[in-house]
Write a protein that binds this ligand. Structure first.
Ligand SMILES: NC(=O)c1ccc[n+]([C@@H]2O[C@H](COP(=O)([O-])OP(=O)(O)OC[C@H]3O[C@@H](n4cnc5c(N)ncnc54)[C@H](OP(=O)(O)O)[C@@H]3O)[C@@H](O)[C@H]2O)c1
Length: 308
């Protein structure tokens, strides 16, 4: 079969022949890969910078995707750490880490959507005590995950969703997806009274937004939950200690490890159905896996989805 292979941490992927996978015990299934997304997590695991990676090379990247099993079922699968990912004609899955998809789904849409959509869906359902009627600020709302967070917060009954980012043109487009207000980072005081922050940015921009936002809060004793989900602007953020003392702020993270895998898996069928039903707008671009060398570093707003 063919696969994309990364020979070492600092090397780009190479499309080449690769040995066929073989089932070694009853918990493994060889499946045909139909579509697999190129997410930030995929790149970070492949280059060894993600905390959940195991640093074994050579590896076939690809952390998730839509696959077909021998019975013909389409499944979405989120792989555990493995040197054989989904960027291959066939791969090996633990069916317990997969969900059977509804009939008629578009594999490319699902493969593009599940990782970015899961970030806010899981955070709001499984990590914090979110309830309908609360107000939400999405920091870094113009990316794939941020756009979906706006839509998912609305889907879950948020009373108000404020979308924050740095690109005003992209921000404006979020109104059509349900954002009640769009603001740039320097207008963060306008979002002072939200109940939940979904933060994809972290780094200096998030830390810099915190004090102006907190000091503008009408009631500083009202609970504010800041969910750290992505760190696209920097892995560390200089949070002023006063932020934690002067308001009822709690900072929590949501990602692999902070929510049990069984809880994540339990949410996937409903999320997949929401994507399949068109309840979440998805930006996807299908690319043949053979073109991975060019696509690996491509700058694109659409989520690249490799099709073997
Ligand atoms: N924990 C989880 O469960 C989970 C799941 C999925 C994703 N994530 C993480 O979430 C983050 C976003 O993922 P994504 O799929 O949405 O990525 P994406 O589609 O590439 O979007 C990136 C977003 O980050 C913004 N951005 C980039 N650099 C920035 C900077 N220096 N300052 C401020 N904003 C900046 C971009 O803004 P512009 O539009 O202005 O360029 C865009 O909104 C990544 O860190 C990813 O690893 C976490």
């Amino acid at each position: 079969m063919h696969a994309a292979v990364i020979p070492a941490a600092d090397a780009p992927p190479v499309y080449r022949d690769h040995p066929e996978p073989a089932e070694r015990h009853g918990d493994e299934l060889v499946v045909e890969v139909l579509a697999a997304g190129l997410h930030h997590l995929t790149r970070a695991k492949a280059n060894g910078s993600h905390y959940s990676g195991n640093g074994v090379y050579p590896l076939v990247p690809g952390v998730d995707g839509v696959v077909r099993d021998k019975e013909g079922n389409l499944r979405y699968v989120a792989l555990d750490d493995t040197p054989l990912g989904t960027f291959a004609d066939r791969t090996l899955i633990d069916p317990r880490r997969s969900v059977i998809l509804p009939d008629g789904i578009d594999p490319v849409q699902i493969a593009a959507a599940m990782n970015p959509a899961m970030s806010s869906w899981i955070a709001l359902r499984r990590r914090v005590d979110f309830h309908a009627g609360q107000r939400v600020l999405v920091l870094g709302a113009t990316g794939n995950a941020g756009r979906m967070a706006v839509q998912i917060a609305k889907l879950f009954g948020a009373a108000q969703v404020i979308a924050a980012g740095r690109d005003t043109t992209r921000l404006k487009a979020l109104t059509a997806l349900g954002a009640d207000e769009t603001i740039t980072f320097d207008q963060i005081g306008d979002a002072a009274d939200v109940d939940v922050v979904i933060d994809y940015v972290w780094g200096e921009p998030a830390a810099g937004a915190m004090i102006p936002m907190l000091t503008a809060r009408a009631d500083r004793t009202a609970p504010l939950t800041w969910i750290q989900i992505g760190s696209i602007a920097g892995p560390t953020a200089p949070i002023p200690s006063a932020a934690l003392r002067s308001t009822r702020l709690q900072i929590v993270g949501s990602g692999i490890g902070s929510v049990p895998a069984r809880d994540i898996l339990a949410e996937l069928p409903e999320l997949a159905s929401a994507v399949a039903a068109g309840a979440i707008d998805v930006r996807a671009r299908a690319v043949p896996l053979a073109q991975i060398a060019q696509a690996w570093t491509a700058q694109t707003d659409d989520r690249i989805v490799f099709v073997p």
